[in-house]
Design a protein around this ligand. Sequence first.
Ligand SMILES: Nc1ncnc2c1ncn2[C@@H]1O[C@H](COP(=O)(O)OP(=O)(O)O)[C@@H](O)[C@H]1O
Ligand SMILES: [Mg+2]
Length: 353
Amino acid sequence: MKVGLTFNEKRPLLGGRNGRGVSLPEDTYLEWDDAETITAIAAALRKRHDVVLIEADERSVQAFRREEPDIVFNIAEGRFGPLREAEIPALLDSLGIPYTGSGPETLSVALDKAWTKRVLRQFGIATPDFLVCEETDYYLNGLTFPLIVKPLWEGSSKGILDKAVVETPQELRKQVKFVLERYQEPALIEKFLPGREFTLALLGNDSSLEVLPVVEINLNTLPRGAHPIYSYEAKWVWDTPKSPLRIFECPAKIPYTLERKLSHLAKRTFQVLKCRDWCRIDMRLDEKGEPHVLEVNPLPGILPNPEQNSCFPKAARAQGMKYEELILEVLSIACKRVGLSDEVSRTRHYSLR
Ligand SMILES: Nc1ncnc2c1ncn2[C@@H]1O[C@H](COP(=O)(O)OP(=O)(O)O)[C@@H](O)[C@H]1O
Ligand SMILES: [Mg+2]
């Protein structure tokens, strides 16, 4: 088969601006993939297929037309705004080219944390109480401290610094202002959940949807005095190759009943958001020990190096699946979903028609 690999490669900003000429914060491309990840995915796919790399930008459409891949392995995070992750999938839909992972509607809803929460609530899935604010003037409407403030449509803990956990109206106002000004997007104010944190990786579709071993984010490994959250600092500053944070525990040491509950919640969330092929779902327990969904990642991070903390590959390894096998499995799941045989070479594929 001919597999296209669509991606956005992390690069230095160099005074970057968005489509409207507004200058961008320096963490703008934090969610994008580094060269090592893109190379590792391409190498995994090349074990069984022809691979063509297609960078996700305004030239992608010509590249898809020229290359005519049988299927695309999509890890493109997109460039600007709340619909950025949906751009490549929507384009591929319009060209009739199948791809791995969720469709544009799921990617847009999942990137917007409040939309995700509204959909989950509609289906009776627990998620912390919240409020969206577009200005520093807001009414808390019953929300009580401590709270956490996040940018509405970012990932990789962008804008979720240690100081995102707030205890007073003054701290809250300061943090909301920080999000509004820095990211030029609304702020999500959410009830802070004090319990244990888990993330669940899912693979498959429909009746063959599978939950990989639960990963616990062990917040006790954070430096003394830090708020117990998997913050920007925890992901990008305190965790270095020289002194890595041993922050993941997989499989999580949890009672069977809790594991069942988390798994069920993860599967329901996957289904109601119409996720496809794979997804990672972040959860946290409230003060009573009840799990809530924090957010949904239909384009999960997949750093190849086991030394780097990356939850999805970690959960796959705990299941006995190597990085390469994980990548090929995602492709195979997508091929099955769209009715494409991933064994067949492109030439053979055509001569069969
Ligand atoms: N309501 C909450 N209560 C407690 N901790 C939270 C809450 N929301 C987020 N966090 C903490 O902040 C981290 C990042 O938040 P998350 O919503 O997962 O954003 P991102 O998309 O950047 O991963 C979580 O892993 C968790 O540790
Ligand atoms: Mg998260």
